[in-house]
Design a protein around this ligand. Structure first.
Ligand code: NAP
Length: 256
């Protein structure tokens, strides 16, 4: 398949081979895209270098904590230097302090609220602003959301509020960037067993609940998220922007 031949992309959020970002990056690369990757902190550098290295020894890999404007600026300067232009950006990044994902939402501290929104929602705005000048041929920005943005999912707490902000940012960015033919969408993924997911208390129960209640009677796979990520990046989705697409085996349609 060569749906993304000649396209350049950047991927934020690969931590290891289970990361949703890795599934989408593989789908993009298989479709012909040339990708750059970022990692947060030295701790993940080796993991990301090993995975990204499978696309060739000269794959661009850069450090980026998305809460740091100077690191974002360095990343896009390097992308400009290497690729000259950009077509695809994957935002697959989220974080909230662990204590905010346990107990009552009522007890969310000001600091936990700030951090969750900075890392998980504002970062999409910051990355879009830096990427847009390089997307001279149009582009596709893709974020990852979750159902807890629209309904109460026990323990998801402040992350649900941050995902609601991410989805609203997606719509406002889609409006601002539309005239430049830059599309902005989110995949709202059903639960997948990743590093970030294991930080949510009761996550295993969540997987079982989806299997029992979703119309397809199973959980989504990472490969399926990769395939949807490829669709949204491709010309097949050329007229789709500002949307949240549920890739959750149908769970979102259920009333009980
Ligand atoms: P993951 O593999 O742990 O990926 C999360 C990534 O976010 C990690 O690479 C993490 O790096 C990165 N990150 C956190 N803080 C960052 C920062 N300040 N700067 C840069 N990167 C940072 O987990 P995942 O499940 O694939 O998560 C990817 C996205 O999918 C997230 O937006 C998540 O909310 C969303 N999502 C996940 C599920 C699910 O069930 N897994 C469902 C719906 C949506 P560190 O490891 O260094 O923190």
């Amino acid at each position: 398949m060569s749906l993304l031949n000649g396209k350049f992309g950047i991927v934020f959020g690969v931590a290891n081979k289970r990361s949703i970002a890795w599934a989408i990056a593989q789908a993009w690369a298989r479709a012909g895209a040339t990708l750059a990757f970022t990692y947060q902190g030295e701790r993940l550098k080796e993991n990301v270098a090993e995975l990204a290295g499978t696309f060739g020894p000269d794959t661009l890999i850069l450090p980026c904590d998305v809460t740091r404007d100077e690191e974002i600026a360095r990343v896009f300067a390097a992308v400009q230097q290497r690729f000259g232009k950009l077509h695809l950006l994957l935002h697959s990044v989220a974080f909230a302090p662990r204590e905010a994902l346990e107990g009552d939402f009522l007890n969310t501290s000001r600091e936990a609220f700030r951090i969750a929104h900075d890392v998980s929602a504002y970062s999409l705005v910051a990355l879009a602003r830096a990427a847009a000048p390089l997307m001279t041929e149009g582009g596709s920005l893709l974020g990852l959301s979750y159902y807890g943005a629209e309904k109460v999912v026990p323990h998801y707490n402040v992350m649900g509020v941050a995902k609601a902000a991410l989805e609203a940012c997606t719509r406002y960015l889609a409006y601002d960037l539309g005239p430049r033919q830059i599309r902005v969408n989110c995949i709202s993924a059903g639960p997948v067993n990743t590093l970030a997911a294991r930080g949510i208390s009761g996550f295993t129960e969540m997987l079982r609940h989806y299997e029992a209640k979703a119309p397809l009677k199973r959980n989504v796979t990472a490969d399926e998220l990769g395939a949807t990520g490829l669709f949204l990046a491709s010309d097949g989705a050329a007229a789709i922007t500002g949307q949240v697409l549920y890739v959750d085996c149908g769970y979102q349609i259920m009333g009980m």
